[in-house]
Design a protein around this ligand. Structure first.
Ligand SMILES: Cc1ncc(COP(=O)(O)O)c(C=O)c1O
Length: 394
């Protein structure tokens, strides 16, 4: 491979934090007050402000910061009333922390098939709702893919199923002009480094339900200082639960919020950049054996990665990906027999009991995945495509 075909930035790269993020971080570090629930009124201001701004951005009443996206799902589910005695449905294309959040509760997990566009198969969803009578459906917008959220919302409402959205990969994404995370009782976000907002670790729950919000604040561990939350429900709501809810110590820390706030301000522009990278690669990667999932025109994406199906037998896919790697392009593959990095699949989670999702299996066997650092240039997008197309020809 000649020098001109090398990527200017590795696919593992992350963008530098802005001067504003560094300034905020510095002020927190200098103060030494990294804990969100210091007992002075000035303590925890960045977490409170992030909660306020996050709720405003989503046009929801409440938002609660926690220490990871996994914790956000766990706390949202238990705050909505899910217990170990319940069945919870989960779409089969997702990542390990999602069933992990359910396993943490101890509830029964039933997986639902996905369709050829990597979104939940609504027919299978309806039949599994009827069969298993679940308390909740945890809908994971894995790798930014989601479909008609109004249809799913309606279906869940009709059957009395709580809908909780995992929006770890869709911060800023919309269905029909409405933000992801606002279609069910709660939406859960991650602030882990590879997400749209990079705090290292962190998570946020959004909800319009005052009981869910109060319980989430108490479960996350507020030491009685819940009025310091950016948009806490009234005292009367807390009074219903005080003393009854254990403190699970899953709080968001002040430093994480300090670096997150400026990133929320620039979210729209960074998402535009990501959308541009996605469509540039897609436009270059035209080949009869490469298929991209269709994106419904009502979907506004917020992609931090790109997925496509390589229509070849597994052995050939392995060869193509090895060829790409030799040329500096590491493509992930969901068809590997063993979990590698961030591409584990439901088959790898041996604690789950359902293993018979033939539709999902056929799709994942051909599914490839490239993480897209926001620093990729248009030349990098072309290089990615040329390396892959050349590897297919070879
Ligand atoms: C689809 C999905 N949901 C949820 C999470 C959980 O986020 P966290 O790593 O912050 O726990 C992740 C993490 O990568 C994820 O990929």
């Amino acid at each position: 491979m000649s020098g001109k075909d090398e990527l200017s930035t590795p696919l593992t790269a992350v963008a530098e934090l802005s001067d504003k993020a560094l300034e905020n971080a510095n002020s927190v570090l200098k103060s030494g007050q990294l804990f969100r629930y210091g007992e002075n009124t000035s303590d925890g201001q960045f977490v409170a402000k992030l909660e306020t701004e996050f709720a405003k951005y989503h046009n929801t009443k409440y938002s609660v910061g926690v220490n990871s996206g996994g914790s956000a799902m766990y706390v949202a589910l238990i705050s909505a009333g899910v217990t170990k005695d319940d069945v919870v449905l989960l779409n089969s294309f997702t990542l390990a922390p999602v069933p992990g959040a359910l396993e943490n509760i101890g509830c029964k997990i039933k997986l639902v098939e996905i369709n050829e566009n990597l979104i939940v198969d609504v027919i299978d969803l309806e039949s599994k709702i009827k069969l298993h009578k679940p308390k909740a459906f945890l809908l994971s917008h894995m790798r930014g893919h989601f479909g008609d959220l109004e249809e799913i919302q309606k279906l869940c409402k009709e059957h009395g199923v709580l809908l909780i959205e995992d929006c770890a990969h869709t911060l800023g994404g919309e269905w029909n002009g409405k933000k992801t995370g606002t279609f069910g009782i709660a939406g859960c976000f991650s602030l882990q480094t590879y997400k749209q907002i990079n705090a290292g670790e962190g998570g946020i729950i959004i909800t319009d339900d005052e009981d869910v919000a109060a319980k989430a604040i108490l479960y996350s561990g507020s030491y009685g200082l819940h009025h310091q939350n950016g948009n806490a429900p009234s005292k009367e709501v807390f009074a219903k639960y005080e003393g009854m809810i254990p403190n699970y110590s899953l709080r968001l820390n002040e430093l994480a919020a300090a670096v997150s706030l400026p990133q929320l301000d620039s979210l729209e522009s960074i998402n535009n950049k990501w959308n541009n990278i996605y469509s540039t690669i897609q436009n270059h990667l035209q080949h009869e054996n490469i298929r991209f999932p269709d994106i419904n025109p009502k979907v506004k994406q917020a992609p931090t990665s790109i997925q496509f199906f390589l229509d070849y037998p597994s052995e050939r896919i392995v060869e193509i990906l090895k060829n790409c790697e030799r040329n500096g392009l590491k493509i992930k593959w969901f068809g590997a027999p063993k979990a590698i990095g961030f591409t584990s699949t439901y088959k790898h989670w041996t604690y789950l009991d359902n293993k018979d999702l033939s539709q999902t299996d056929q799709l994942l066997a051909k599914l490839c995945d490239i993480r897209l650092p926001s620093t990729l240039t248009s030349k990098d997008c072309k290089t990615i495509s040329s390396i892959l197309l050349q590897a297919i020809d070879d």
